[in-house]
Design a protein around this ligand. Structure first.
Ligand code: CU
Length: 316
């Protein structure tokens, strides 16, 4: 089955969230375990009439923007960081096929319903999601997670125990500053020491909660470093690869779901977010998408000045 999706949505980047940091070794950090509060009316499960796959490719519509080197000025780590040919990754577009990387796609259940925790046989998520710092950049820049699922019997969200692990494999110190919604988590800044020559990478693990908004990840020592985390209460999400391609496996079939798309360039005109879709059982729903550069904001008119240079002179 092949459908072309054209979207006219304009998105504004929503920032907010919190994260709870914890040291996996347990000796230096404080692992905070919080049972989520009851989350309102009881939801009904999405009935899966089999399972299917969603695939697609996100293509840039127009002339792709050129990636530019990051300006570091006289930062003391510039010699190291610049040796890695760092580029601004706000837009990563494949010059061959114009595929756009780092686009997040996911599905939403019908209103008033939820995706039950999939059986083990259909586990597609990992116990850890990694974000490394090998070259004064977060790599990968964008990740999605499944840290919580909805338990209908208890009417609350429960942890899947999945962790975000940020790893420093470089000879310079970094930090991780995770910023998200106040309602879900508390923000935290954690220093991640440089790797000792011949030693193992330094790591910090974060236990996050699911959230409707994207989390940003910054390094307070290198302000150009930027990462993004989407944490869902289901595993049905993906990030486009270097060719702009994505795949979401084992999606419940037969129910009308909502397909959503996000790219970090906030005010973005994109083909279709909020598109209703139905995944075929044992089949594949293909969704080719295009994405455009947001229109420039209008320049406000300059105030009229009289010869004396005062806009209020005539009224005096
Ligand atoms: Cu850094």
């Amino acid at each position: 089955m092949r459908r072309t999706v054209r979207l006219l949505g304009v998105w504004t980047l929503g920032l907010a969230m919190l994260s709870l940091g914890c040291n996996r070794g347990g000796s230096n950090g404080v692992a905070i375990v919080t049972e989520p509060e009851a989350s309102g009316p009881v939801l009904t499960p999405v009935e899966a009439k089999g399972y299917g796959t969603i695939t697609g490719v996100v293509t840039f519509d127009g002339t792709p923007p050129l990636m530019k080197p990051i300006a570091m000025g006289d930062h003391p780590h510039a010699p190291h960081c610049q040796s890695k040919d760092l580029m601004d990754e706000s837009w990563v577009v494949n010059p061959t096929n114009r595929g756009v990387a780092n686009v997040v796609v996911w599905v939403k259940p019908p209103k008033g319903s939820f995706f039950p925790l999939p059986p083990d046989a259909q586990k597609t998520w990992t116990d850890e999601v990694h974000m490394d710092q090998p070259k004064c950049a977060f790599t990968p820049r964008v990740v999605t997670m499944f840290p919580e699922y909805y338990d209908a019997q208890a009417n609350k969200l429960r942890s899947t125990s999945q962790l975000l692990v940020i790893r420093n494999d470089s000879p310079v110190v970094h930090s991780a500053e995770i910023l998200g919604s106040i309602a879900q988590n508390s923000s935290q800044i954690t220093t991640i020491p440089a790797k000792v020559p011949g030693g193992k990478p330094s790591e910090q693990a974060f236990r996050l909660k699911s959230d409707r908004n994207v989390m940003t990840v910054n390094c307070s020592l290198h302000r150009w470093m930027r990462g993004f985390v989407w944490a869902f209460d289901h595993p049905y999400s993906a990030v486009t690869d270097a060719n702009g391609r994505f795949e979401i496996k084992h999606v419940p079939a037969g129910s009308e779901l909502t397909f959503s798309v996000w790219h970090e360039q906030g005010q973005l005109s994109v083909p279709k977010t909020g598109q209703p879709i139905t995944v075929p059982a044992d089949g594949t729903l293909n969704l080719p998408l295009t994405i455009q550069m947001p229109a420039p904001l209008p320049t406000p008119p300059m105030p009229m000045l009289d010869p004396a240079g005062s806009p209020d002179a005539k009224s005096k």
